[in-house]
Design a protein around this ligand. Structure first.
Ligand SMILES: *Cc1c(COP(=O)(O)O)cnc(C)c1O
Length: 225
């Protein structure tokens, strides 16, 4: 199947999953994860009306969207880019300049630098805190235990606009418990947005309250690294 058919199918599945959960599908946004995908697949998605994309590396995203950003943003004024991968502090300025939402705020040093750059560039981007729900040592994200204090730090010390939580459940576990944990935490902290669910489990994530699902291969096909 091509990108257009994939998008159509996924939107139908999103609507179905939302309905099954007693939710409106207007509450769920599809972030089409375009990392590593060839340009022609991105063009197909744009032509089909997809306007929200996710990238996990700043430099790659700059090459794809930045070099075209002027023209593309004029042509597609409603284009939105989410950063969904780990952010190094030395790339924070570039990230603030390019992205519309940063989903991966996960440590104090990064929060401080992002806040400083947003002030400097006068781009006050909505952000998510990434939560390491599985406490995996190799994975980015704050622990659940540290989350309340980190949220306070991001808001009160840095003035960041934190709108929600994001997680990537452990690869080898049932994601249900992780989605539920993220939902419970967001609810307790008064955060509205939940970025969770990928190609294999986005319907399940919607059942658990996801407001953004990040789907890559399901939209574009497999990535050729
Ligand atoms: C690549 C990526 C996705 C998309 O994964 P698929 O399995 O291709 O849908 C989602 N979230 C993050 C953080 C990613 O890096």
């Amino acid at each position: 199947m091509g990108v257009v058919e994939n998008l159509d199918l996924i939107q139908k599945q999103i609507a179905r999953a939302a309905q099954a959960a007693g939710r409106s599908n207007a509450e769920v946004q599809l972030v089409a994860v375009s990392k590593v995908q060839p340009e022609e697949r991105i063009e197909e998605a744009l032509a089909a009306g997809q306007r929200l994309f996710g990238e996990n590396r700043v430099q790659e995203a700059q090459q794809r969207w930045g070099s075209f950003s002027e023209g593309r943003r004029v042509g597609y004024a409603d284009l939105k880019l989410h950063l969904i991968g780990p952010l190094q502090t030395n790339k924070a300025a570039d990230a603030v300049a390019l992205f519309d939402v940063i989903e991966t705020v996960d440590r104090e040093k990064l929060a401080r630098i992002l806040a400083k750059e947003m002030k400097k560039q006068e781009r006050h981007l909505p952000c998510f805190i990434q939560v390491n729900t599985g406490d995996e040592p190799q994975k980015a994200g704050v622990s659940v235990a540290d989350l309340p204090a980190f949220l306070e730090f991001c808001r009160d010390e840095c003035g960041l606009n934190i709108i929600g939580l994001m997680c990537i459940p452990p690869f080898d576990e049932d994601p249900a418990a992780h989605f539920e944990l993220l939902r419970t935490q967001a609810h307790a902290l008064g955060l509205k947005e939940l970025s969770m669910g990928m190609s294999g489990d986005y319907e399940q994530a919607i059942g658990a309250g996801a407001t953004y699902v990040r789907v890559g291969t399901g939209v574009f096909g497999s990535r050729d690294y």
